[in-house]
Design a protein around this ligand. Structure first.
Ligand code: NOJ
Length: 524
């Protein structure tokens, strides 16, 4: 079984992990310093949010050079050393490639906008105005028109995100060739995979047709995005990317298909499982605390995917409020959610700090850094609240930096930090560790088929993971009341429960305490 199916992937937002240079911003040195910690936690790979040179308008999701490392985070030697030290500990490194757009300061864009006849003139998506208006009605995800006027070329350019992130023209064969060679460059260096930013946006309609309007909650959702993203040809492009990656053994790509509609996301696996290796299912990021809702999301995804498509699940990332806070800052609920994440069929992705229950931080307006928050506060406070510095200990700035942190540290750091939790047996940290170990130990949890159990208790999410030799029944009590489940045909062996609130057997019945859980193993 490939490591990226078996393993747990840990997302690091490098600015916020650990600052070793003393400038208030996390760096690669910080990641290197904490490799032993990550190894102890038991993860198999690190996904590094972008570490390439970037003017940081969107904190690295605006790249100005794909072939080197941002000096803000360290040198190329630091990166090589990180790769070596991670591999030495059996930890893989996944880079975040942002290839829908570059920074507006990328030399390609500077050349492209200098005039209409330069060699890179067609590397971005330029179009003439319609009268004085933009060429079509496309909207930017971050608000307003997706087109910006450029006085030099006297044309509009497309930016699906901020104006500092002009969209590349993947239809231009030279652009495609260059972008595919970025994959090769890093694969040859030895990186193990990529998280691909907004792959659904790569190819746009070649005639730049306007999107039809529809009913939606916010302006961006008031159009059906059929021409500015998810063009059918985009799937063929994913197949080409897959081929490039598969020339190197044991490498992978996980696609960010930022779609509400998971049917669209499923298409990115390709018609013959020859598209991207993994694609995120983001439905968990929006579920209320109801087992039926999670159950439906899992069932829907399992039904959409072919047997050989491998799911990827996540509860948190750098774009959404931390899941523990979405569920009432409750540690017991966090444990239930984590037990679900690690027992489903698919690769679990966890977000730095999730293992210690770091909560969402309220950032005062004047301290907001995220361009989304700056533009939309208070309607949208931005994404800073989930990107605050990692809470290592009770020292100044939670041990993240010796100077002023780039973003406020959550004031709860004296209570919620790594040092404290590593010392406590019943902490969330040790719960995550045990879950990771349990998944490693029991093959059904890694590669077993998933089957939703027909249990009728509305408070419990229950499913089976089955291989030909063994089956595991997963029981998760979402409620704050004790629940009892009758087990048939037999009790099974309790291989995982919450040590602080263990499940108990009583004559073919199992009692699950409030927010309790049980993984039961059966030999077939
Ligand atoms: C998705 C990334 O996750 C987000 O952080 C970023 O702002 C946009 N893509 C644009 O690159």
């Amino acid at each position: 079984m490939a490591w990226w199916k078996r393993g747990t992937i840990y997302q690091i937002y490098p600015r916020s992990f650990l600052d070793t240079s003393g400038n208030g911003i996390g760096d690669l040195g910080g990641v290197i310093e904490k490799l032993d910690y990550l190894q102890y936690l038991g993860i198999d790979a690190i996904w590094l949010s972008p570490v390439f040179p970037s003017p940081q308008y969107d904190f690295g999701y605006d790249v100005s050079d794909y072939y080197s490392i941002n000096p803000l985070f360290g040198s190329e030697e630091d990166f090589d050393f990180l790769l070596k030290e991670a591999h030495r500990r059996n930890i893989r490194i996944i880079l975040d490639l942002v290839l829908n757009h570059t920074s507006h300061q990328h030399p390609w864009f500077l050349e492209s906008f200098s005039n209409r006849n330069n060699p890179k003139a067609d590397w971005y998506i330029w179009a003439d105005p319609k009268g004085k208006r933009p060429p079509n009605n496309w909207k930017s995800v971050f608000g307003g028109s997706a087109w910006k006027w450029n006085d030099k070329r006297r044309q509009f350019y497309l930016h699906s995100f901020t104006p500092q992130q002009p969209d590349l023209n993947w239809r231009n064969p030279e652009v495609k060739k260059e972008l595919l060679s970025i994959f090769e460059y890093w694969l040859e260096k030895g990186v193990d995979g990529f998280r691909l930013d907004v792959v659904d946006f790569f190819l746009k309609d070649e005639f730049l047709r306007s999107n039809p309007y529809c009913i939606g909650r916010r302006p961006y959702e008031m159009q059906k995005h059929i021409y500015d993203k998810n063009r059918p040809e985009n799937i063929q492009l994913m197949q080409e990317i897959r081929k490039t990656i598969d020339r190197f053994p044991q490498r992978m790509a996980v696609g960010e298909v930022a779609e509400r509609n998971v049917e669209i996301a499923a298409a990115y696996y390709g018609p013959n499982n020859d598209g991207l290796h993994l694609n995120f299912n983001f439905e968990f990021l929006e579920q209320p605390w109801k087992p039926q809702k999670f159950c439906r999301a899992i069932e829907k995804w399992e039904n959409l995917l072919e047997d050989d498509n491998w799911p990827a699940y996540t509860l948190s990332n750098h774009d959404v409020p931390r899941y523990i806070s979405r569920y009432g800052n409750s540690i017991p609920r966090a444990k239930v959610a984590a037990a679900m994440l690690f027992s489903l069929r698919g690769t679990p992705f966890i977000y730095y700090g999730e293992e210690i229950g770091m909560t969402q931080t309220r950032i005062p307006k004047r301290e907001i850094k995220d361009p989304v928050g700056k533009r939309y506060w208070p309607i949208h406070p931005g994404r800073d609240g989930c990107r605050t510095p990692m809470q290592w200990n009770s020292d100044l700035n939670a041990g993240f930096t010796s100077s002023t942190p780039w973003l406020k540290v959550n004031p709860n750091y004296k209570k919620v930090n790594v040092e404290k939790q590593v010392q406590k047996d019943h902490s969330l940290f040790h719960f995550y560790r045990k879950l990771i170990q349990c998944r490693k130990k029991h093959p059904p949890l890694q590669n077993g088929k998933l089957q939703i159990s027909s249990l009728t208790n509305q408070n419990i999410l229950a499913y089976w993971r089955k291989t030909s030799d063994e089956s595991i029944l997963v029981l998760l009590n979402f409620s704050s009341q004790k629940q009892t489940v009758t087990l048939s045909p037999s009790e099974g062996e309790l291989i995982f429960t919450c040590p602080k609130a263990p499940a108990e057997f009583k004559r073919k019945k199992i009692h699950l305490p409030p927010e309790g859980m049980a993984f039961l193993l059966y030999q077939n």
